[in-house]
Design a protein around this ligand. Structure first.
Ligand SMILES: Cc1cc2nc3c(=O)[nH]c(=O)nc-3n(C[C@H](O)[C@H](O)[C@H](O)COP(=O)(O)OP(=O)(O)OC[C@H]3O[C@@H](n4cnc5c(N)ncnc54)[C@H](O)[C@@H]3O)c2cc1C
Length: 392
């Protein structure tokens, strides 16, 4: 096998066999699940490897913008779009306030007649909808990818506890801390965007209602948003919130992890109007997730030889434009379209076409998200120095 670092020039000209390719998708987040699902429907032999024992459905609310919902529609899996639409509800209004609670601007969410909506939806509802349509026999939990290598004959992946897989194509859908991507793009670095971020979901139906999305403009080192998440299975009304606090990234990784176990500090929360702060304070700790905010620089390539990247593995970006999940769903649809029976004469041609289609699009998303993050973000951005961070 050829070491991963020198794989770039190798282009797999494997003809696309009528019996389908043997494809490993690494990572069962929204990008990996959608890709595995479409490839299964196309007749490929798909293995979906996930580090966790089961799907990781933790997380909070997502604003899935219209193009993300359109990507689900374009996947053309019978019933999937309806399941997604039933799990969320359309955003109706954006309201911007300052930290005193004064109104800056309120505008209805624009939607042409016949357009699909942008959705406010729990991440779990998206994963559940995708999972319901997948043949679960392809799912292999407790499989953390350790490394991979490839040659003209195939691609070989090694997982934790010595488990192995060999096939035609390996897709890295393993998120911002990807193990697949650095071997394909050794230049890939995480960049710290300057915030510690908490997100939570709380039972409340009075603060945000009827598809409202509230933003508290950044000031005094914080930024916050809230949105209506509709009702859960028991009929409880839910609100999602996100709270961003400007902070230096601790050098020490244990200290980083330790800080993520702590709730929003009381002095930071006190900078919000009392009604907004009360929503955050009322959230049970088990309904809160925290992370340090990172993005990555645009990559030179999304594919090399028999390996391709999708989702955050390929283009993790700041949440300032709410494009991250949408971009991963679009990648999945685009890659699957290139691998569909009859779409290309060889695997190399299919991957090249995927990269040519998606690279300019995701670079635009990444640049725009970073610009907006720096413009509306912390006043002293942490600069262009790589974070040195490979973990939360
Ligand atoms: C604060 C915040 C707010 C956000 N808000 C929005 C929003 O409103 N709208 C939006 O569109 N996006 C938003 N995003 C971005 C969005 O959440 C991500 O872009 C999206 O979830 C990425 O999906 P993914 O499937 O590519 O990766 P992930 O969801 O990270 O999935 C990767 C999977 O790979 C698995 N994995 C990791 N390493 C390995 C390994 N070595 N072996 C096997 N499996 C592995 C993980 O366990 C995980 O299941 C937000 C992000 C943040 C941080």
């Amino acid at each position: 096998m050829i070491p991963a670092e020198v794989q770039q020039p190798l282009l797999a000209d494997t003809p696309l066999p009528p019996a389908g390719l043997r494809i490993a998708v690494v990572g069962a987040g929204s990008s990996g699940l959608l890709l595995a699902l479409i490839l299964q429907h196309q007749g490929h032999r798909v293995s979906l490897f996930e580090r966790s024992p089961q799907l990781r459905t933790e997380g909070c609310g997502i604003l899935l913008v219209k193009s993300g919902v359109e990507a689900i529609a374009a996947a053309a899996i019978p019933g999937l779009l309806n399941d997604l639409l039933a799990g969320g509800h359309p955003v109706q209004r954006f309201v911007f306030r300052n930290l005193r609670g004064d109104l800056i601007e309120a505008s209805p969410a624009e939607r042409e007649a016949g357009d699909l909506p942008s959705l406010l939806i729990h991440r779990r509802a998206i994963l559940d909808a995708l999972w319901r349509h997948l043949d679960p026999a392809c799912f292999h939990g407790d499989h953390a990818l350790v490394d991979w290598c490839q040659n003209d004959e195939g691609v070989h992946a090694r997982f934790s506890e010595g488990r192995e897989w060999t096939g035609d194509l390996l897709v890295g859908a393993d998120g911002i801390f990807s193990q697949v991507a650095p071997l394909l793009c050794p230049e890939r670095r995480l960049r710290y965007l300057g915030d510690r971020v908490w997100r939570g979901v709380v039972a409340d139906g009075s603060f945000c209602r009827d598809g409202d999305f509230f933003v508290y403009a950044r000031g005094r080192g914080i930024y916050a948003n809230f949105f209506d998440l509709g009702s859960d299975a028991e009929g409880r009304e839910l609100t999602h919130w996100g709270f961003f606090q400007e902070e230096e990234l601790p050098e020490d990784r244990d200290r980083r992890r330790q800080l993520l176990d702590e709730g929003v500090p009381a002095d930071a929360l006190a900078k919000l109007p009392a009604d907004a702060a009360a929503i955050i304070a009322a959230t049970p700790p088990q309904c809160v997730v925290a992370n340090w905010s990172f993005d990555i620089d645009p990559l030179r390539a999304l594919a090399g030889g028999r390996v391709a990247l999708i989702g955050d593995a390929a283009h993790a970006m700041s949440s300032s434009q709410a494009r991250g999940m949408t971009a991963g769903l679009e990648d999945a649809v685009a890659l699957a379209a290139r691998l569909a029976p009859g779409a290309a004469t060889s695997l190399g041609q299919a991957l090249q076409a995927y990269e040519q289609e998606r690279l300019p699009v995701v670079h635009r998303y990444q640049e725009r998200s970073r610009q907006v993050s720096h413009r509306t973000g912390r006043k002293r951005p942490p600069g262009s120095r790589p974070s040195g961070g490979g973990s939360t």
